[in-house]
Design a protein around this ligand. Structure first.
Ligand SMILES: Cc1cc2nc3c(=O)[nH]c(=O)nc-3n(C[C@H](O)[C@H](O)[C@H](O)COP(=O)(O)O)c2cc1C
Length: 378
C-alpha cells in the first residue's frame, strides 16, 4: 500500500450531489463480508453503481497485521477503480482512527458498521451491539475525523466537496424495537447541525433480531427520514430488490432507468399493489442481495444479463478471488434474482454443474462448451 501513487478520488458527497441534480437516487453497493470485493465492485460499477462499500474489515486486526491489510483491502491502480468506502468493525476510537488513517490515501471514505447482528460481533461489542453505545459511536467518528484532519485530509463535508483530499466518515445502522432509542442514537452521533460528525448515515430498517426474510420496517424509515433527512443525507439499505418495484414512493423515483426485461413484465407484487409509503427525504439506495444476483440492477436490468457475468469473470481474471467465491457469485448471478422477474440464466442442473467444477479452467470450459456456445448459435 505504501508504494502507491496518489489517487485522484472524488468526494462521495459530490456523488450524492450529482445524483440529486439528475433527480435520482444515489446507487450504492452494500458492504458484504466475503462478496463486495474488488472484482465484484468493479462489476457493479460498470453497471451504474455510484459508490461501493468494501466488506467489513476488523480495524484492530487491520492495524496490527500486514497480512490482514493485504488480504482484506484491495484496490486497482490501473483498472476501473470504483469510488470506494472502506467499512470497519471497531469499538475503540483510536483503532477506527488509525485504520482510517491507513486507508485514506486509497479510498474515498470510511464507514463504521453498527449493524452486524452476528453473535461473535455483538459479544465483542462490534456491529449491532454498538446501537446500545451511542456515545462510543460518536467518540469513534469524532476521533476518526480529527485523525484524518491531522493527516491533512479534508473532512469538512460539503466544504471539502471539490477538494481532491476530501474524505468522508459515515455510519451504517439498524433500528431499535423502540424507535425513540434510534432517534436518540442518531441525534447523539450526528452532533450539531452546523458541524455534524458524519457525512451521511445508512439505515437498515430492521432490528438486530429481525430476520432478513421479514420486510423492512417502512414506518420506521418514514419517521427517521422525516426527522433527519434534511439534516444529513440518508441511504436506505434493505429490500432494494428492483428499481421498478420499490415498496415506497419518492420524488427521486421519477427518473429511474428504462427497464430491460428478458420476459413479459411481472404482475404487481404485494408490495406494489398496497398503498405505498411516501419517503421524500431519502438520498440514495444501498443494495446487497439483489446486486449479488444482478449486478446490473441499477443500469435498468430487472434480471442479470450475460454480459454482466462476462464482465465479472474478466474482472476476476485481473483481480482474482478464491475459486469458491467465484462459484458462489456465478450461482447467484445465474439463478433467479430477488426482484419480481424470476428468470434465470442457468437451470438448476446447470448451476449444480458450475458448483461441481474443481477450478477456474473447468468452469470456463463448462461455460464455453455448454452455455456460451449455445448463445453464439442463437
Ligand atoms: C452476504 C452478506 C454479507 C454482509 N456483510 C455485511 C458487512 O460486512 N457489513 C454490513 O454493514 N452489512 C453487511 N451485510 C448486510 C447488508 O449490507 C445489508 O444491510 C442487508 O443485507 C440488507 O440489504 P438487502 O436487503 O439489500 O440484502 C451483509 C449482507 C449479506 C447478504
Amino acid at each position: 500500500m505504501a508504494e502507491m501513487p496518489d489517487l485522484e478520488l472524488i468526494h462521495p458527497l459530490k456523488l450524492f450531489d450529482i445524483a440529486k441534480n439528475e433527480k435520482r437516487f444515489l446507487y450504492t453497493c452494500a458492504p458484504m463480508v466475503r462478496y463486495s470485493k474488488l472484482a465484484f465492485r468493479q462489476t457493479v460499477y460498470a453497471y451504474g453503481t455510484d459508490l461501493c462499500w468494501t466488506p467489513m474489515i476488523l480495524a484492530k486486526e487491520f492495524n496490527r497485521n500486514r497480512f490482514a491489510r493485504d488480504s482484506d483491502f484491495t484496490i486497482s491502480t490501473n483498472g476501473p477503480q470504483p469510488p470506494t468506502i472502506v467499512q470497519f468493525g471497531a469499538n475503540v476510537p483510536q483503532e477506527l482512527a488509525r485504520a482510517s488513517s491507513l486507508v485514506a490515501p486509497f479510498s474515498n471514505g470510511v464507514d463504521l458498521n453498527c449493524g452486524c447482528p452476528q453473535s461473535w460481533a455483538c459479544s465483542d461489542t462490534l456491529g449491532a451491539a454498538l446501537m446500545e453505545k451511542r456515545e462510543l459511536v460518536r467518540d469513534m467518528v469524532v476521533e476518526t475525523r480529527e485523525q484524518l484532519r491531522r493527516d491533512g485530509w479534508g473532512v469538512d463535508k460539503e466544504k471539502d466537496i471539490d477538494n481532491p483530499k476530501g474524505r468522508s466518515v459515515s455510519v451504517k445502522i439498524r433500528v431499535h424495537k423502540d424507535l425513540r432509542k434510534t432517534i436518540d442514537f442518531i441525534t447523539t452521533v450526528l452532533g450539531p447541525d452546523q458541524d455534524r460528525h458524519i457525512d451521511w448515515l445508512t439505515i437498515h430498517p430492521r432490528t438486530r433480531s429481525t430476520p432478513s426474510s421479514t420486510p423492512i420496517n417502512l414506518e420506521a424509515l418514514e419517521i427517521l427520514t422525516s426527522t433527519f433527512g434534511d439534516r444529513v443525507p440518508l441511504l436506505l439499505s434493505g429490500d432494494v430488490f428492483a428499481l421498478n418495484a420499490l415498496p415506497f414512493t419518492s420524488p427521486l423515483l421519477t427518473t429511474t432507468p428504462t427497464f430491460t426485461t428478458s420476459s413479459t413484465p411481472p404482475p404487481p407484487t404485494a408490495a406494489t399493489s398496497n398503498p405505498l409509503s411516501h419517503i421524500p427525504n431519502l438520498a440514495g439506495l444501498m443494495s446487497a442481495r439483489a446486486l449479488l444476483a444482478n449486478p446490473a440492477l441499477y443500469a435498468g436490468h430487472d434480471a442479470c444479463p450475460w454480459p454482466a457475468v462476462e464482465t465479472f469473470l474478466s474482472n476476476v481474471a485481473r483481480c482474482p478471488l478464491p475459486f469458491k467465491l467465484v462459484q458462489h457469485h456465478l450461482s447467484e448471478m445465474c439463478g433467479p434474482g430477488m426482484g419480481p422477474n424470476k428468470s434465470a440464466l442457468l437451470t438448476k442442473q446447470q448451476r449444480a454443474r458450475v458448483m461441481g467444477c474443481g477450478n477456474m479452467v473447468d468452469l470456463v470450459d463448462f461455460l464455453d462448451g455448454n452455455v456460451w456456445s449455445d448463445r453464439a448459435t442463437l
